[in-house]
Design a protein around this ligand. Structure first.
Ligand code: WTA
Length: 645
């Protein structure tokens, strides 16, 4: 598959960016012509950020799975779509060709239909990183159901909340999942999440670990039985088919829950056509993908990165996507490098936290590892520090592989700011230039564009985007007002990202991190309010305040200040109890790294917690707390300082 929209020079980048700003409809209309439509659109773009109302390719009809699968079959049917590397290196690798993917997705779409799933129904997916997860996601898209994938690190309570919010009636899961040395009992977590749930009609269970599971008659069915049954329905005389549901360009494709500054995660909704165009366009350009190459994105499909750059972007581009079940440090810290050598990976896309953690193991795990197939490296999820960037460049890329630092968010569908590998310059720890279609602007607290440079000649402000791109979120599920308030109301007529950034005089951006109460722990997004709510649910906790602090490996760690007045044996025991509560309420990924018991929290006279002070104490910046005399109880600050962990 050739990519007529691939940018091949710096000049072309500038021209395309200009075109995309001067004539967005002409620009994106041309790009959308490279996809398979059941019916062409009438209007490329229709929008206002006030409501917000954003429509791309209105009137167009399509099914994303025909773009990700069917259109590649004639020429690439026997080429690998997915290469799957199991958690256990001794286990057999699986290679899923486009033909095979087509068959499995058609089969699973039939399974969904047999179980009553219709267009627009919500299907919650809670599985490990196995090819069946991709079949489940694509099977949903095939029948027009809206999938909502939940990361395996979330607890039963978190799943229950998401099921409720999405009003989901169907679940696809596994008996268990392998991750490093652990078996995670997914079905049993689902069973806990379903206690008291009256909405869910069907749970489809794939066998991966063969841990004993309860199977409730009339509700739970085995994936294998269902697939076997569906096989005869979709395959007649050797021809496999399952008609792809005709979707409107703006029909929702999926919901993905993500954390914000308020307590409850929100269901970000992506559209069918715009998301497809954006993920494909950014995949092909950022990674400069060449047909035949092997792309290894190490994210989990439970996060947006996996949706966009393991499944939809690569497959729509006819690429080979490597999917890995395990973790980078198991059975040892050389696992990524073994995988690169074994499968001759060309593009490696991972998170700074993984790079920093592997860096900590020194050169030993790299010994005798053949990394010569690598052509391009990428990072995502959090700012990358220069030390990690250089290690990645030298030890992994042997100074031969351009590194792309891709900045984006669940809400943006795909990359908004990044260099294009080998085409536009890479600058360590700078995401650099906006993609065509993206018009960033840095504003001050009042929403005015910043114009004054700092001592390094950089502009500094809150990062906003002026106009929609095809992959922007359309709403938050079931609550459009929340979407407006969260992203479009802080500054008039701008999409507000929640990130702060610097801009240099060449137009490059450096993301400095969140400016709201959202933490980024090992590249996982977690809201401080969410963690506080969970801690506060623990018996004996009176109040808590959670802030982030610099963590060498995770990027950010979670620091909790807790007022506790319950039954107390010793601090350590109470700490462990609180961690257990947080694990139950949100999941192990939200466990605080540090819990400091305090007798009070610094508050203004109006009762607002002064997080700025708590953040400084957590960071150890004890001399720059600023004026604390206006606090309700200034003495509490000294106590907190003195007992700092
Ligand atoms: C942060 C992940 C710096 C940022 C795709 C953003 C980054 C949040 C980068 C979104 C990067 C992501 N450099 N920071 N290259 N990429 N971020 O929704 O704070 O899980 O707002 O999406 O991660 O996290 P999310």
């Amino acid at each position: 598959m050739p990519y007529p929209f691939q940018i091949t020079s710096l000049d072309q980048y500038h021209q395309d960016h200009k075109k995309s700003v001067d004539d967005p409809e002409g620009f994106w209309g041309n790009i959308a012509d490279n996809f398979l439509w059941k019916q062409k659109w009438q209007k490329v773009l229709n929008w206002n950020f006030k409501e917000p109302k954003i429509e791309w390719f209105r009137g167009g009809k399509l099914n994303i799975t025909e773009n990700c699968i069917d259109r590649h079959l004639a020429e690439m049917g026997e080429k690998p779509a997915i290469i799957w590397e199991p958690n256990n290196p001794e286990e057999r690798t699986r290679i899923v060709t486009y033909n095979r993917l087509h068959k499995r997705v058609c089969q699973f779409a039939q399974v969904l239909r047999n179980n009553g799933v219709k267009k627009g129904d919500r299907v919650c997916i809670y599985m490990g990183m196995i090819p069946e997860l991709a079949y489940a996601v694509l099977g949903c898209a095939r029948v027009g159901a809206i999938h909502s994938v939940i990361f395996g690190g979330f607890s039963a309570q978190s799943i229950a909340d998401r099921l409720e919010d999405a009003q989901a009636e169907y679940i696809v899961t596994c008996d268990g999942a392998y991750r490093g040395g652990k078996d995670i009992p997914l079905k049993s977590v689902i069973d806990d999440a379903l206690v008291g749930n009256k909405k869910v009609k069907r749970v489809i269970v794939y066998t991966r670990t063969r841990t004993p599971v309860s199977m409730i008659k009339g509700r739970d069915v085995w994936w294998e039985d269902e697939m076997e049954h569906a096989e005869a329905q979709v395959e007649k005389q050797g021809v496999v088919s399952f008609p792809a549901e005709e979707m409107d360009a703006e029909d929702p494709l999926f919901i993905l829950y993500t954390s914000g500054s308020t307590g409850k995660p929100k269901g970000v909704v992506h559209s069918s056509a715009g998301y497809m165009v954006w993920t494909t366009y950014t995949f092909v350009n950022v990674f400069q993908y060449k047909p035949g190459e092997i792309h290894f994105c190490t994210a989990d499909i439970g996060w947006i990165t996996g949706h966009s750059y393991i499944v939809y972007g690569p497959l729509s581009a006819g690429a080979t996507s490597l999917m890995f079940e395990g973790i980078p440090t198991w059975p040892d810290a050389g696992r990524f490098w073994d995988i690169v050598a074994k499968h001759k990976v060309n593009i490696l896309y991972t998170a700074p936290t993984a790079i920093r953690s592997l860096m900590g193991f020194g050169d030993e795990p790299l010994k005798d590892k053949d990394l010569s197939s690598l052509r391009i490296l990428g990072t995502v999820g959090e700012p990358i520090n220069e030390e990690a960037w250089h290690w990645y460049d030298e030890k992994i890329g042997h100074k031969n592989c351009p590194i792309v630092d891709t900045w984006w968010q669940t809400e943006t569908g795909g990359t908004l700011i990044s260099n294009l590998a080998g085409v536009t310059p890479a600058i360590p720890s700078w995401a650099s230039l906006p993609m065509p279609g993206i018009q960033p602007v840095l504003v001050d607290e009042n929403g005015h564009e910043v114009t004054e440079k700092d001592e390094h000649g950089h502009l500094k402000g809150n990062l906003c985007i002026k106009a929609p791109w095809p992959g922007i979120l359309r709403t938050t599920y079931g609550d459009h007002e929340r979407c407006r308030k969260n992203y479009f109301a802080t500054y008039e007529n701008l999409y507000f990202t929640g990130d702060g950034a610097l801009k240099d005089d060449k137009g490059n951006y450096r993301i400095t991190g969140r400016v709201d109460d959202v933490l980024n722990v090992s590249g996982h997004r977690i809201g401080t309010a969410e963690v506080e709510n969970a801690i506060n649910m623990h018996a004996g906790v009176v109040e808590s305040a959670v802030v982030g602090y610099h963590h060498d490996i995770k990027g950010q760690g979670i620091y909790a200040y807790v007022i506790f007045q319950g039954r107390h044996i010793n601090d350590e025991m109470t700490r462990m109890d609180i961690l257990q509560t947080v694990s139950r309420i949100i999941g192990p990924i939200a466990k605080p790294d540090k819990i400091q018991f305090v007798t009070g929290l610094p508050k203004t006279r109006s009762g607002k917690i002064m997080r700025r002070i708590l953040r400084k104490i957590a960071e150890g910046e004890l001399d720059s707390l600023g004026d604390v005399s206006t606090l309700l109880d200034p003495a509490v600050v000294d106590e907190i300082k003195n007992n700092r962990l």
